[in-house]
Design a protein around this ligand. Structure first.
Ligand SMILES: CC(C)(COP(=O)(O)OP(=O)(O)OC[C@H]1O[C@@H](n2cnc3c(N)ncnc32)[C@H](O)[C@@H]1OP(=O)(O)O)[C@@H](O)C(=O)NCCC(=O)NCCS
Length: 180
């Protein structure tokens, strides 16, 4: 499956509002996106300025997903990756994560690591992290309240530039309390 990535432009505003508010996002803090909030973020250049860039994920000419890269002036940028529900589970998210990882390390020489946090039960996102060489760095218990009133654990992953360059994944030193 050939995937291409197209930079978001303000002329695409209403299409982005449609993608984000016309679907459900089960593993986000809020499953539904408020169209007014998207329009406001577009007006404030929140998808394309010094700190943010965004891209459509395109398959067979269709805009199948969207990725927003944030904190781009930081040594540790973040991202928000969303695949439309009809396209999930077909390999797009995993490939998009690998792409955005390479993009960030290539375009921004000051980036030392890339971080992502997700809900513990977001299996697809967690598997994508592992396949792209990210290591689990954090486990936050009862940190993610869901809209149905349940509270989930959150998990944090990151990839280091040096690991990305060498094609390895170094694990954190979890046993460091032996030194205390
Ligand atoms: C999370 C998300 C980006 C993953 O993208 P995707 O295209 O659905 O996932 P892929 O098809 O690339 O699959 C990635 C891995 O998860 C596995 N997987 C996919 N869907 C799965 C599911 N429903 N249950 C369990 N495993 C699943 C795949 O087999 C693959 O594993 P592998 O690499 O070990 O073979 C996408 O589902 C999505 O946008 N979800 C809603 C928004 C979201 O949760 N974003 C992330 C917020 S941090």
């Amino acid at each position: 499956m050939k995937i291409t990535y197209q930079r978001f432009e303000s002329a695409d505003a209403e299409e982005l509002v449609g993608l984000l508010s016309g679907d459900t996002w089960p593993f986000h803090g809020s499953e539904l996106v408020d169209p007014a909030a998207v329009r406001q973020r577009i007006e404030e250049s929140g998808y394309d300025d010094q700190d943010n860039r965004a891209f459509w994920i395109i398959v067979a000419g269709q805009r199948a997903g969207f990725v927003r890269l944030t904190d781009l002036r930081d040594e540790t940028p973040l991202f928000d990756l969303r695949i439309r529900s009809g396209y999930r589970g077909r390999g797009l998210g995993g490939q998009a994560l690998a792409w955005l990882t390479g993009y960030l390390f290539t375009e921004f020489p000051g980036v030392r690591r890339i971080e992502g946090t997700t809900r513990q039960d977001n299996v697809a996102m967690r598997r994508a992290f592992l396949r792209s060489g990210y290591a689990k760095e954090a486990h936050y218990r009862d940190a993610w309240p869901a809209s149905d009133g349940r509270v989930h654990d959150a998990v944090g992953y990151a990839i280091l530039r040096r690991d990305w360059l060498s094609g390895t994944t170094t694990a954190p030193d979890w046993d460091d309390e032996r030194l205390l």
